[in-house]
Design a binder for this molecule. Structure first.
Ligand code: AMP
Ligand code: MG
Length: 353
C-alpha cells in the first residue's frame, strides 16, 4: 500500500486535506495524525474491522485496548453507559487536553476497540488538527500511538513513516509534537479515581478538581509481582535496541559511575550511549552523549525522551546509561511520567550508586 503524506499546519488548517483524511477513516482505512502528546494511529472506533487493522499495522497484541478520541464533549454520551460527575468535572478542567478517562462502555463500542474490556478509554485531544480530523472522520477515532509495538511513541512524522510507511493509508504531518509523552490515564469506574498512567496532567492537578486520587502501584515499581490493572500495562513498551540501565544517586556519583561503566563497555568493544542533562553532559565520555534537556525545565525532557531513544537505535548503540529522574518523580509533576517511561524503556533495570 502507498502511504500518502499530507502536511497540515495547526495554525492554518487545510480543510480539503482534512476532509480527505476523514473520508479514509469513514471508508475503514487508517490515518496517522498529530496530537499534543504523540502521533496517533487512527481508525474508526465504532468499526470492528478498522480496530483489527490498527492492531495489525502496529503489530500490537489485540488485548491491549485503544483510546477513543472525540472532538466534542456531547459525543461521549453514546459510547458510555453513564457519565459520572467526576468525568464532567475533569472534562471541564482539562479537555481538550492530555487526559484519558476510563468509563463503562456502551454497546456502540465494539470489543475489538477495547481489547475485550467492558470499559472504554476516551480522550479529547488538545490539538486543532486532531480535533478537525476527528470531526471530519465521523467523531470517533480509535488511536493508539502511531509506532510499531515495542518502539518509542513517535514525536515526529518521520518516525511514523519509518514504522508504518506502506502499512497505512495516510500520515498527517503536523511537525514536532509539544508534550512528547502519552496522555495521563485515569480510571473512573472505581469508587476512587485511579491513575493508570502518569502524564502531563499530574496527580496534584487531578486532586485539585476531584479531591482524592489514587495512583496504581505498578506505575513506578517493577510490575513483575503485581497483576496489572489494565491489559496494556503488562507489555514492555518503548524499548530501545540498546540495553538501557538507569543510574540513580548523587550527581557526582552518577557521573563517575556512568563514565566508569561506559569505559568498561567500550573496552569490550561495545558502542555506548549516555543520556545526561544540560548541566552534566560536558562531564561524560562515551561514543554518543545526549542531553535529555534541563532539570529546571522538565517539559524539555519529556518532549525529547522518545526522540533520543530512537536516535540511539539509529546510531546503533549497544548499551545506554541514563541519569535518573527519581527525585523529580517523587516531587510529583511531569517527572513522574518521565521516570515511568524511562523505567519501562529500561525494563525496570536501575542501579543505585
Ligand atoms: P497507547 O499506549 O497510547 O497506545 O494507548 C493505549 C493505552 O490506553 C493502553 O495500553 C492501556 O494502557 C490504556 N487503555 C485503553 N483502554 C483502556 C481501558 N478500557 N482500561 C484501561 N486502560 C485502557
Ligand atoms: Mg503506545
Amino acid at each position: 500500500m502507498e502511504t500518502k503524506i499530507v502536511p497540515i499546519k495547526e495554525e492554518n488548517l487545510d480543510k480539503s486535506a482534512l476532509e480527505e483524511a476523514g473520508k479514509v477513516i469513514k471508508k475503514g482505512g487508517l490515518v496517522a495524525f498529530p496530537t499534543e502528546t504523540v502521533y496517533g494511529l487512527g481508525g474508526n472506533a465504532l468499526d470492528e474491522a478498522a480496530a483489527g487493522k490498527i492492531y495489525r499495522a502496529k503489530g500490537r497484541p489485540s488485548d491491549n485496548p485503544l483510546i477513543v478520541h472525540i472532538c466534542r464533549l456531547e459525543d461521549i454520551y453514546p459510547i458510555v453507559k453513564e457519565v459520572p460527575e467526576a468525568a464532567l468535572k475533569l472534562a471541564d478542567a482539562f479537555w481538550p487536553g492530555p487526559l484519558t478517562m476510563i468509563l463503562r462502555k456502551s454497546d456502540k463500542v465494539p470489543y475489538a476497540t477495547t481489547g475485550g474490556l467492558d470499559t472504554v478509554a476516551v480522550r479529547m485531544p488538545g490539538h486543532k488538527t486532531a480535533l478537525a480530523f476527528i470531526g471530519a472522520a465521523g467523531g470517533y477515532v480509535a488511536a493508539p500511538s502511531a509506532n510499531t509495538s515495542g518502539k518509542p511513541s513517535p514525536t515526529l512524522a518521520k518516525y511514523v513513516t519509518e514504522d508504518l510507511g506502506g502499512r497505512i493509508d495516510m500520515i498527517i504531518d503536523g511537525g514536532r509534537i509539544a508534550i512528547g509523552l502519552e496522555s495521563t490515564i485515569v480510571d473512573l469506574t472505581e469508587t476512587v479515581p485511579v491513575i493508570l498512567r502518569p502524564g502531563y496532567i499530574t496527580k496534584e492537578m487531578l486532586e485539585k478538581v476531584l479531591g482524592y486520587v489514587e495512583t496504581d502501584k505498578t506505575i513506578l515499581d517493577d510490575d513483575a509481582g503485581q497483576a496489572p490493572k489494565a491489559p496494556g500495562m503488562k507489555y514492555k513498551h518503548y524499548a530501545p535496541k540498546g540495553e538501557l540501565t538507569i543510574i540513580s544517586g548523587s550527581r557526582e556519583n552518577v557521573i563517575e559511575a556512568i563514565n566508569q561503566k561506559s569505559r568498561e563497555m567500550e573496552e569490550k568493544g561495545k558502542k555506548v550511549g549516555i543520556i545526561g542533562t544540560d548541566d552534566t553532559i560536558a562531564f561524560y565520555r562515551a561514543d554518543v552523549v545526549k542531553s535529555a534537556g534541563s532539570r529546571e525545565k522538565e517539559d524539555t525532557i519529556a518532549s525529547a525522551l522518545y526522540r533520543i531513544l530512537r536516535e540511539f537505535d539509529d546510531e546503533g548503540v549497544d548499551v545506554i546509561y541514563s541519569e535518573s529522574f527519581e527525585e523529580s518523580a517523587k516531587a510529583g509533576g511531569i517527572g513522574q511520567a518521565i521516570m515511568n517511561r524511562l523505567l519501562k524503556a529500561a525494563g525496570h533495570h536501575m542501579e543505585r550508586v
